[in-house]
Design a protein around this ligand. Sequence first.
Ligand SMILES: [Zn+2]
Length: 170
Amino acid sequence: MNHTPPIPLPIEVKESGIHNRGVFATRNIKKGEFIIEYTGEKISKEEGDRRVDATNKAHRENPQHAFTYIFELDENWDLDGDTPENTAKYINHSCNPNCTFSITDARIMISAARDIAAGEELSYNYGFDLDEEYEEYICRCGASNCVGYMIAEEDWPELERLRAKKTANP
Ligand SMILES: [Zn+2]
């Protein structure tokens, strides 16, 4: 099987307005264009869960500690993107992202969700589930529609209900 990632578009990694480092477009990108593959180590879900727990623990102890780079491939497999080659790991989450990802044959491809201008920071929605740990994933994307956590958009209504419940019964 050929695991060579396709050539990414010209992008650069530098200080981000959102969180630590980010990835920036160095030329205009058209909606739908492939940008970069998110590569990493394919691991079992069990190992993925173990690494996520360890990272969350480190993050609680030191908020500067990076979030996990583990991506859910399917119900059996995860991909740990914490490797030096994986430039895509520096793309930040946003509640109003300009990129999107798709998973085909256990490969994660990131492409433009809309036209992107040279110099713009790239972002996509990490799509985390609204599980018992969602409060660990605080979002500081700064978008006007930011929901405060890195939660998949389909879970936003549920997040809204949870918060309303919390406000009613703190
Ligand atoms: Zn946000």
